[in-house]
Write a protein that binds this ligand. Structure first.
Ligand code: UD1
Ligand code: CA
Length: 505
């Protein structure tokens, strides 16, 4: 039997590892109970589909075909963003994974050689696992190789049926399995490498004679075995790799596993993660050695953290760059650049377009947006800095608002270098404060302040003497005022008599 197997000649050296990649992503994913197609649900900063495509990307396949169906407009739109060179192919009716594979291969009729076929809902699949599968397939000269795994709980998955010699004979779906087959713990990962021509021929022959009345891609394996073709199973090194994602509980579990992997890699590379249970880092982030992630930290998107920076506790950074030695405490940040040795928070909100120069500070209850804050400058307390440029070495007083919006358009404020602006200022944009200028506390700055000037823009103070006695008589305020007045009178009398009679103590 083994001797009669048909095998495939090795591809010429230097050609891509596979000719094509087919991702099956047309299913609705009913068990997600979602208006969003299953493959668009996200974990670790990518969609399910994005993870699968990322795992296949290093293969450099000539063609990547994604079978879309349920929510196809949304999936196609997403695909155009994340993998514009991939070809979406519509499976009008979801008649099973085998039908989906046939639709995909029909769309690329010239494709020949090894093809990777992969379910779109296996987000933990790693590039290394895919590469090992492809290499095992090539090395054995197989016609079809299926990725398998030994799992503790095979419920719901296709079982790998092997013969007495250990050769793979068939894949049996759970609903079609005998009680004995259900006991098998080696499962089909839903990832295959097959010779395109052989798979096409077998797909043309699969039936719907099964419990679900569907065309099973898995039946291709049994058909090829019956033909005497060389079919192999390749056991995944890490069984987590092959875990699918069919409902929200599985999505949460996969997200946790993926995050554990990301954090393990970071810790191995020299990052301190104080509390891995409450720290979440997207696969698209980069954190340098000797950075510290405090509890409750989330790094998302293309966030980067440089060496020696400390982020957290309780901070969420999205698409944010954190410089060397910076400290970011209890902060929410979107598309901001935090320079080296900068101090942010506690309780800061950095919005898109924020750029904090080296050694600068954005302190407590401060919000910034489209703000360029110069080296060593400080906005320590309770302020809104929107649409602003602040030079180096400047200090912005507490409770300052950059009044950037007139109800119709946004305007810019420029503050020079080494300025000292008073507490509780309003900078009504557009307005410019020159280098080295000062502004008085409580000022509403509506016109430009020249360099080195002191601007005072507030009403002069007026005290109306005796107002409380006249208008609020009988109140504790009036009593307190009266007491203070008599103490002051006594003190004044005492002073005038100081050189004369004894005073009554
Ligand atoms: C499938 C395998 C099973 C394997 C498991 C691994 C089949 C028959 N069974 O089961 O052996 O253990 O994956 O997770 O393949 N799809 C389409 N069009 C369709 C039907 C499905 O594109 O008409 C896509 C789905 O979007 C999904 C993939 O094919 O990405 C697998 O379909 P799914 O229904 O999730 O199959 P499972 O029951 O998980
Ligand atoms: Ca599935």
């Amino acid at each position: 039997m083994i001797a009669q197997e048909t095998a495939v000649a090795a591809p010429p050296a230097g050609s891509p590892a596979v000719a094509g990649v087919v991702v099956l992503a047309a299913g609705q994913g009913t068990r997600m109970r979602s208006a969003v197609p299953k493959v668009l649900h996200t974990l670790g900063g990518r969609s399910l589909l994005g993870h699968v495509l990322a795992a296949a990307e290093p293969l450099n396949a000539g063609a990547t075909v994604v079978v879309v169906g349920a929510g196809r407009d949304l999936v196609e739109e997403h695909l155009a963003q994340i993998a514009p060179s991939a070809l979406p192919v519509v499976q009008e009716e979801q008649r099973g994974s085998g039908h989906a594979a046939a639709v995909a291969l029909d769309a690329v009729p010239d494709l020949e050689g090894p093809v990777l076929l992969v379910n779109g809902d296996s987000p933990l699949l790693r590039a290394a696992t895919v590469a090992a599968l492809v290499e095992a397939h090539r090395a054995a000269g197989s016609v079809l190789t299926v990725l398998t795994a030994e799992v503790d709980d095979p419920t719901g998955l296709g079982r790998i049926v092997r013969d007495a010699d250990g050769g793979v004979r068939a894949i049996v779906e759970e609903c079609d399995a005998t009680p004995e087959q259900r006991g098998i713990r080696e499962i089909n990962a839903g990832v295959y490498v097959g010779d395109a021509a052989a798979v096409r021929r077998a797909l043309a022959r699969i039936s719907t004679d099964n419990d679900q009345g569907e065309q099973y891609l898995t039946d291709v394996l049994g058909l090829l075995v019956a033909d005497g073709a060389r079919v192999r199973g390749h056991v995944a090194e890490d069984p987590d790799d092959v875990l699918g994602c069919n409902d929200r509980r599985e999505l949460a579990a996969r997200r946790r596993t993926l995050n554990d992997r990301v954090l393990d890699d970071l810790m191995r590379s020299g990052v301190t993660v104080v509390d891995p249970q409450t720290t979440w880092v997207d696969v698209t982030c980069a954190v340098a050695a000797d950075a510290v992630l405090e509890p409750g930290t989330q790094l998302r998107g293309v966030t980067t953290v440089a060496a020696g920076a400390v982020v957290g506790p309780d901070s969420t950074l999205v698409d944010t760059e954190v410089g060397e030695g910076a400290s970011v405490v209890r902060t929410h940040s979107l598309q901001a650049v935090i320079g080296p040795e900068v101090s942010v928070g506690p309780f800061a909100y950095l919005r898109p377009g924020t750029r904090l120069g080296a050694g600068s500070k954005v302190g407590t209850f401060v919000e910034t947006k489209n703000a360029d804050i110069g080296e060593g400058s400080k906005v320590p307390h309770l302020s809104y800095v929107g649409d602003a440029t602040i030079g180096a070495g400047t200090n912005i007083g507490a409770a300052t608002v950059f009044v950037n919006y007139d109800g119709v358009a946004k305007h810019h404020t420029t503050i020079g270098a080494h300025a000292r602006t008073g507490a509780d200022n309003m900078f009504v944009a557009p307005v410019t404060v020159g280098d080295g200028a000062y502004t008085a506390a409580g000022s509403v700055i509506t016109s430009d302040v020249p360099p080195g000037a002191m601007a005072v823009a507030r009403a002069p103070q007026r005290n109306v003497a005796g107002w409380v006695r006249r208008r609020r008589s009988g109140t504790p305020a009036a009593e307190a005022a009266a007491a203070a007045e008599s103490r002051a009178e006594a003190a004044a009398g005492g002073r005038s008599e100081a050189s004369g009679a004894d005073t009554d103590k």
